[in-house]
Structure formats: structure tokens, C-alpha cells
Design a protein around this ligand. Structure first.
Ligand SMILES: [Fe+2]
Ligand SMILES: [Fe+2]
Length: 177
């Protein structure tokens, strides 16, 4: 008889298809910061590949991974985090307007990358510019937006919502491969 080591729940309710729960939901700001750190690392990896003139398929796989992660991140911010920030900041906030415009520009570069290939002379340059652009955007979020909203948000509840939506969007991406 197999024993289930995956869950430590003692709940008597068993679901047909239990969702594997990862680590307990981080607070919203920690979750977004972790996403930022993850893509920063991937951009640095890409730069190494570009310098080493790595094969096209390797560069493309990494670039597309970065694009997917950024797309999901931008979407959960736009759907969940930014509206929550707008609520707590009440007055119209330029930071959030600018962040939304920056997302749109990043998405434009992402779309260009997704529709081109590493054979394109500008491919590496596009990844690099996207990285610089995201770096700038992340600094504004972390240095300006987050400190402003941090004390006012229900970060745990928001973190759970962000994590759930993120899992859902990532699963959908996996399904399309
Ligand atoms: Fe953002
Ligand atoms: Fe962000």
C-alpha cells in the first residue's frame, strides 16, 4: 500500500485531484521581489551565452523562458497587485501609471523577441535592452512603489492571490508547449 509522503495534512477531506501546495505563500512583496531576482539572474546568464556566442537554440530557449516569466509577472501585477496598490494609495498615483506604460513597452520588446529568432542580427541586442529596461522598472518598483504601499497592504492575502494566479498562468504556458 503506497504511503503518501507528499502531504502532511491530517485533514479528513480528500480531494480527487489534490493540488500540490508549494511553500507557504510568501507575502506579496517578497513574491514579486523573488520574481525580479529570478529574471535578473536569467538575464545575466543570457549575457554569458551571448558573449560566448552560444548556439542559437540555447539562446532562444533561455530568451523565451525569460519572456514567459516576465509576461506572467507583468500580468499578475496588472491584474492583482497594481489595482490593490491603487486602492490603498487612493489618490491618482503617477508611479502606477508609469509602471503600466513601462509594462506595455516591455511587452512590445517581448513580442519582438517571440516573433524573431537568434539568427536575427538584433536578437542579442533586444534581449540586452529588455534586461536594462526591466532593471530600471524593477528599481522603481522596489525603491519607490513597494516602500509606499508596504505598510498599507494585506500582504499575505495578496501574496496568496498572486501565487495562485501565477501558478495558473505558468501551468497554462506548460500546457501549450
Ligand atoms: Fe512591474
Ligand atoms: Fe515587478
Amino acid at each position: 500500500m503506497p504511503t503518501n509522503h507528499a502531504t502532511t495534512h491530517t485533514s479528513s477531506r480528500s480531494h480527487a485531484a489534490p493540488r500540490t501546495r508549494k511553500a507557504p505563500a510568501a507575502d506579496a512583496i517578497k513574491l514579486l521581489r523573488a520574481d525580479h531576482a529570478e529574471v535578473k539572474k536569467l538575464f545575466a546568464e543570457y549575457e554569458k551565452l551571448a558573449k560566448a556566442e552560444a548556439p542559437a537554440d540555447e539562446r532562444e530557449a533561455l530568451a523565451l523562458d525569460i519572456c514567459n516569466k516576465l509576461t506572467v509577472h507583468a500580468q499578475i501585477e496588472e491584474e492583482i497587485f497594481y489595482p490593490a496598490c491603487r486602492d490603498v494609495l487612493q489618490e491618482k498615483d503617477d508611479l502606477l501609471d508609469e509602471a503600466t506604460v513601462e509594462h506595455a513597452s516591455a511587452k512590445d520588446l517581448i513580442a519582438q523577441l517571440q516573433s524573431s529568432s537568434p539568427d536575427d542580427d538584433l536578437y542579442d541586442a533586444k534581449v540586452k535592452v529588455l534586461g536594462e529596461y526591466i532593471d530600471h522598472h524593477v528599481k522603481e518598483e522596489q525603491n519607490e512603489l513597494f516602500p509606499k504601499v508596504r505598510p498599507k497592504l494585506d500582504r499575505k492575502d495578496l501574496g496568496e492571490q498572486l501565487q495562485a494566479r501565477k501558478d495558473e498562468l505558468l501551468a497554462r504556458l506548460d500546457g501549450t508547449h
